[in-house]
Structure formats: structure tokens, C-alpha cells
Design a protein around this ligand. Structure first.
Ligand SMILES: [Zn+2]
Length: 237
């Protein structure tokens, strides 16, 4: 097996070639930068690999562009002075060490306090924050859901919040269950409402077709604006 790091450049896009004991070539795109990797069988000729990459140029360009368009959340350390967003509003984090159960709470209109035990590591801080966001979001959803169900004349049987890498929401149409991305806790409330409306429309129309768009226009005329606001996919996970 070759230990060389093969690289090819197609239309100014760099592609890493990784040789493996496999039968077919395949492409993949990797976060956080959208690096393109082409896995190729050990014995495949370099020219053949190159031709394969060229034949997939459309795919490569599309994925590179997707990554470039995604606003990525900067890596958080959960230390004092960091900015954190709640319902679209920026708060300054203040970390306070104390024994006792960890908690997160607002202080005034600009501060978010995270009380943790001494020597709490980053992963635990992240989890404490995530669970707090989950609680915030879960407290918001029932009223908004009820409001839109009434307006739209539909009812979801169940709803939930989860971490999703590529979607803001999801709808299991057969079970009438709606899923909302935990990241929505950080976004302005209208964006959460937009996703709720979108998922509820799926109870009226399964596909993203003209009929679906007509429902969106009817229930939430400015939905395109809110979609714009969400701008790409949530990859802050
Ligand atoms: Zn949809």
C-alpha cells in the first residue's frame, strides 16, 4: 500500500486521493472544511483516477459550494466572555464555578451564566449548555405548535427535539410526528415558527411541490425571508 499522499487538482479544486484495498472508486466530502476525498483501489492507474474525478466534477463543485455557503459556528470553549445565542439574541457567557448541581440562567438582558463544578471539562460544559438549550426549546414549542395547528387545521400526534446535522426539521408523515433541530434554540423565534409551519404543511402535502409552496404562501407569506435567515444547514454540531 502506498503511503504517499496523492493529490489531484480538478478545476482548481484539490482532491485527496486515498489508496485502499477496495474494488471501486468513490468520492466523499468531509467537514469541517469540505475537503474532497477520492478513495481508489490500490492498483488503479493515476490517469484513470483523474478521469473519474473529472467525470464527477459536477458533484465535487456542488459539494464544495455547499460547504462554502454554510455559516459554521466557531468552536466554543464555554468560557467567560464568549458569545452565545438564544432565540437570535447574543449573550455574553459568564462561567461561575460552584459545587452543587450545574445550571444555566440569564442575568439581566445581556448575560448568560453557566454555573459548573470546578474542573468541568469542555465536553461536559458543552453538554450542560446543550441540555439547557433543549429545555428552552422544548418550553417554547407547545404554544407555537398549538397556534399553527389551529390556523392550519392540522394536528401533529407527537413532536420532538433532536440534534440533526443536515436538516432544520423533519416530519414523519405516517406517524404525524415532527422533529425540530436543537440548533433552532439559538435562532430567532420566527425561524422556529417557519420550520414548524413547514413540517405541518407536510401533513397536508408530502412533497415539496407547487401545492406545498402554495400552502406555505397561504399560511406564512414571508416564509422565503425566514428560510433565507436560516441560510444553509446547521453544522454547528
Ligand atoms: Zn420538507
Amino acid at each position: 500500500m502506498s503511503t504517499n499522499n496523492e493529490k489531484i487538482s480538478i478545476a482548481n479544486i484539490e482532491v485527496d486521493v486515498v489508496r485502499k484495498d477496495i474494488k471501486n472508486m468513490h468520492l466523499a466530502v468531509y467537514p469541517p472544511t469540505g475537503r474532497i476525498r477520492l478513495s481508489a483501489p490500490n492498483k488503479t492507474d493515476a490517469d484513470v483516477v483523474r478521469l473519474f474525478a473529472i467525470s464527477k466534477l459536477g458533484w465535487i463543485k456542488k459539494h464544495v459550494k455547499n460547504f462554502q455557503n454554510q455559516p459554521r459556528e466557531t468552536e466554543r470553549e464555554f468560557v467567560s466572555g464568549e458569545s452565545h445565542y438564544v432565540q437570535g439574541k447574543r449573550y455574553l457567557l459568564e462561567v461561575v464555578e460552584a459545587s452543587g448541581h450545574p445550571r444555566v440562567y440569564f442575568s439581566g438582558t445581556k448575560k448568560l451564566i453557566m454555573q459548573i463544578r470546578p474542573q468541568t471539562d469542555r465536553a461536559t460544559r458543552a453538554r450542560i449548555m446543550r441540555e439547557w438549550y433543549r429545555k428552552q426549546l422544548k418550553a417554547e414549542i407547545p404554544l407555537l405548535l398549538a397556534k399553527w395547528e389551529k390556523r392550519m387545521g392540522v394536528t401533529a400526534n407527537d413532536w420532538g427535539v433532536k440534534r440533526m446535522r443536515t436538516k432544520w426539521g423533519a416530519c414523519n408523515i405516517d406517524d404525524k410526528r415532527i422533529w425540530l433541530n436543537l440548533e433552532l434554540a439559538k435562532k430567532p423565534r420566527i425561524h422556529l415558527e417557519y420550520i414548524i409551519v413547514h413540517e405541518l404543511v407536510h401533513l397536508l402535502e408530502r412533497h415539496h411541490n407547487d401545492r406545498f409552496v402554495a400552502y406555505m404562501d397561504e399560511f406564512m407569506p414571508k416564509w422565503r425571508l425566514y428560510r433565507e435567515g436560516l441560510n444553509g444547514l446547521p453544522v454547528g454540531i
